[in-house]
Design a protein around this ligand. Structure first.
Ligand SMILES: NC(=O)c1ccc[n+]([C@@H]2O[C@H](COP(=O)([O-])OP(=O)(O)OC[C@H]3O[C@@H](n4cnc5c(N)ncnc54)[C@H](OP(=O)(O)O)[C@@H]3O)[C@@H](O)[C@H]2O)c1
Length: 261
């Protein structure tokens, strides 16, 4: 990391939801490497969150882990209040918490709908609502969509819709938040090598291809760069949108998918 990059978040404070694992953990690492103090939210994996805080602390960074289920807006509010109490301000919200869902239309229940939207959609909207009062002009918000919001996969309707709503949220909120000098954007990651991808990767294959094609074969033809992303590669996009380098960008969703058309 060059000193020019380190300066990007020197003196800044960030909240990263879903920061215990996967993309969120990579975002927390990247922001701390570039000088930020970070509050890492997680749902239940206290061990992973504590290990990350220790790793960041060993490297000279400032981080704290806070259990907060984003499906409950009050818990998200408490996470943000804790960040401000601990580090004295808030400059960046990186909303990375999310859950996956695959099932065919006939199997989707209203409980599934509520569970997926509670985390992926409602959770992100209320994270923004709680963060905004603490963000001054120059504050930056990065939400998480998915390549799935604009690409059809068999059985992926519920998850895709929960993420498409996020792209609409950043577009509309940009007008309101622009008046306060706050920018809001989203990242739409493609397949990224995390627990989520390991657990669900095979479900991206069309069922008619079962037994005929595996995920690595599909990646060769379905993704221009022919592989999954590393979480650190996706985190670089969050760091860009969270930084002053993206000063004139708001309301947009950055497709970070290795060319998944
Ligand atoms: N990986 C991909 O290929 C991919 C592609 C497109 C979009 N995305 C999106 O990118 C984001 C990160 O995905 P990932 O692959 O890093 O997922 P992951 O490996 O499954 O990690 C999920 C993270 O979110 C947290 N989390 C889940 N539900 C939560 C809740 N209700 N409240 C608070 N935290 C919660 C988890 O906390 P615990 O550790 O405590 O469980 C964990 O830190 C998600 O929004 C996902 O939809 C991922």
């Amino acid at each position: 990391m060059s000193s020019a990059q380190k300066a990007r978040f020197e003196g800044k404070v960030a909240v990263v939801t879903g920061g215990s694992r996967g993309i969120g953990a990579a975002v927390a690492r990247r922001l701390v490497q570039e000088g930020a103090a970070v509050a890492i939210g997680y749902r239940g994996n206290q061990e992973a969150a504590a290990a990350l805080v220790a790793e960041l602390g060993d490297g000279g960074g400032r981080a704290v882990a806070v259990q907060a289920d984003v499906a409950d807006p009050e818990q998200t509010g408490a996470l943000i209040e804790r960040a401000v109490a601990e580090f004295g301000r808030l400059d960046v919200l990186a909303s990375c918490a999310g859950i996956e869902h695959f099932d065919a239309l006939e199997n989707i229940t209203s409980a599934d709908f509520d569970r997926v939207f509670a985390v992926n959609t409602r959770g992100q909207l209320f994270a923004v609502q709680h963060a905004v009062p603490h963000l001054g002009a120059g504050g930056r918000i990065v939400l998480t969509s998915s390549v799935s919001a604009s690409k059809a996969f068999f059985g992926h309707t519920l998850y895709a819709a929960s993420k498409a709503a996020v792209e609409s949220m950043v577009l509309n909120l940009s007008a309101e938040l622009g008046r306060k000098g706050i920018a809001i954007n989203a990242i739409a990651p493609g397949g990224t090598a995390t627990d989520m991808a390991r657990e669900n990767g095979a479900s991206y294959l069309h069922p008619d291809l079962a037994g005929k094609q595996d995920l690595s074969e599909w990646l060769q033809v379905g993704v221009a760069l022919r592989r999954l992303a590393e979480p650190s590669e996706v985190a670089a996009g969050y760091a860009f949108l969270a930084s002053a380098d993206a000063a004139y960008m708001t309301g947009r969703t950055l497709q970070l998918d290795g060319g998944m058309f």
